[in-house]
Design a protein around this ligand. Structure first.
Ligand code: SAM
Length: 236
């Protein structure tokens, strides 16, 4: 399989190929150097899988749930806290479309550099602004449609989320440990958030073959918990 980016494509075992050479072969087999490849355009799943990693990324199992449950859609304004490698940033930038905007914060400029490179490789730079910042202190943005957090202490970002979200805007945090969930939920309950809920996504691959179809033997590994809430002006 060959995955395209904008100008060049790295083909494992073959080297770097100009993208335009491949465009005419999209959806077809391409034989070069005695080897045969199938040329496919990249899906958002392929793009996230090819993100160069400096920090642990949110994986493809959890990313669709993050976007669906926060109702992120074309034209939205989204704030992200904890850019890391930029995997979530890529998915958010893809979801908000050309009219939307993502502001992504990280404490560390080296992580922002990597995230910026990954977003650029996905061709989505124009929709994203990266900022060095710590949401435990004040952030300038207001009227956001969604506020997405992936840092070790997400509960510390809840106050900033409350100020930055528009009424009925969506909060989400991603946390590997249940202790993080407990503290985040307590912080949401102490502020003007409603519809607070936490899920773990369990995805099981099914292997289909002529000799029989059954669940894969691959273990169902834990990744993280997703906590969601909506910001309102007053609670009951
Ligand atoms: C696990 S990584 C995020 C990965 C990212 N969601 C992805 O999928 O590529 C966590 C990031 O949060 C950043 N971080 C930690 N505490 C922070 C804070 N208080 N404010 C902003 N960023 C923070 C770290 O520097 C790190 O880059």
């Amino acid at each position: 399989m060959v995955v395209l980016d904008r100008d060049t494509v790295k083909v494992p075992g073959l080297g770097v190929v100009r993208a335009e050479t491949l465009v005419a072969r999209i959806g077809r087999r391409w034989t070069v150097g005695g080897r045969s490849f199938l040329v496919l355009t990249p899906s958002i799943r392929d793009t996230v899988n090819s993100v160069s990693r400096k920090a642990q990324i949110v994986g493809p199992k959890d990313l669709p749930a993050l976007v669906w449950n926060t109702d992120v859609k074309p034209g939205d304004f989204v704030i992200e806290v904890g850019s890391g490698s930029g995997a979530v940033t890529v998915v958010l930038a893809n979801a908000v479309g050309p009219e939307g905007r993502v502001v992504s914060y990280d404490l560390r400029s080296d992580f922002l550099t990597r995230a910026r490179e990954n977003v650029a490789a996905a061709g989505l730079s124009e929709r994203v602004e990266f900022k060095v910042g710590d949401p435990r202190s004040e952030i300038a943005e207001r009227d956001a449609d969604a506020f997405i957090v992936d840092i070790p202490d997400p509960w510390e970002a809840v106050r900033a989320a409350e100020k930055a979200l528009r009424p009925c805007g969506h909060f989400a945090s991603y946390s590997p440990n249940v202790e993080q969930v407990n503290r985040t939920v307590a912080s949401l309950r102490a502020r003007t958030f409603v519809e607070i809920r936490t899920v773990e996504i369990i995805e099981r691959e099914i292997e289909a073959s002529e000799s029989g179809t059954r669940p894969s033997f691959a273990p169902l590994g834990h990744t993280g918990y997703l906590t969601f809430a909506r910001s309102v002006l007053e609670t009951l």
